[in-house]
Design a binder for this molecule. Sequence first.
Ligand SMILES: Cc1ncc(C[n+]2csc(CCOP(=O)(O)OP(=O)(O)O)c2C)c(N)n1
Ligand SMILES: [Mg+2]
Length: 323
Amino acid sequence: MAVENAALKPTLLDLYRTMTRIRTFEETAHKEFLKGKMPGFLHLYSGQEAIAAGVMSVLQPDDYISSHHRGHGHLIAKGADTGRMFAELFGRVDGFCRGKGGSMHIADSSLNILGANGVVGACVHIGTGAAFACKHKHRGRVSVIFLGDAATNRGTFHEALNLAAIWDLPAVYVVENNLYGVANCQRDYMKVEVAGRAAGYGFPGVTVDGNDVAAVREAAGQAVARARAGQGPTLLDCRTWRHWGHFIGDAAAYRDPEEHKAWLKRDPLILAADLLRSEKWATQADLDRIQAEAEEEMLAALDFGKNSPLPGKEELYTHVYTG
Ligand SMILES: Cc1ncc(C[n+]2csc(CCOP(=O)(O)OP(=O)(O)O)c2C)c(N)n1
Ligand SMILES: [Mg+2]
């Protein structure tokens, strides 16, 4: 992990806390899902926490983000209330979409979270549109778009990146490159490196160790500064690994067990904890306390979510269509 100076100390501890909160949310959701009472699908973010935590740590509260089907980590890192997130996962009225969106469609306009999205790649054009609005209406703000590596194969991805390039939009495309799209390995659906895509449009594509939260923060800081200065978009190719299958219920038997084991040793939480301890920026007791606080928060959030009422029949057609 790249450490420039001790100024990282308070930041790294904060980043560790954010990553721990995300991991604990996902572990709590995983356990609950297996009880069979939670509707829909869950795509866990575990293993990719350094990307959400690192990128969000360089944003201003009014910057925009758009996210994908594996979006819980982005929402938590941007400040979404975990109780309301659990309520949404359980289809309850206190959820961000009054229970009608579920895990893949959580949005919070008060935090400029334009939404997770179950349509692969949809976040790219939504977020590029927000970047257009930033350029013409909300000067100084940036739009950060989180997407998966397989989503870079969508036609709309290429159209959006071309527009972002020619208009010098303040957009940062953060590709969470976990090397798989559902059960397919990247070598079977792409012949180029993800970072190399950006060259086709004329803006920088940067490869980042997506499990090293300090490296993500550094690269995101540069990309966001470039966007705010009116110099146009950047694509970050963040190399990472999802700890679980594509969704809960997928055993991921298509992955090489040795490769999986090697990636688990590079768990972003382990890397950050090792650095915090070795630099003596935190003791194991400090880290344990952060874990205990996260568990306490998620138990209370789960309790809130599960006990929120289901929407009544009279709500069947409200908040669904606009016209
Ligand atoms: C337009 C569209 N096509 C296909 C799907 C089915 N689908 C859901 S996730 C997924 C793979 C996405 O892979 P990637 O973008 O790498 O994200 P990851 O799941 O690895 O985080 C696919 C094909 C979909 N939801 N939307
Ligand atoms: Mg992927």
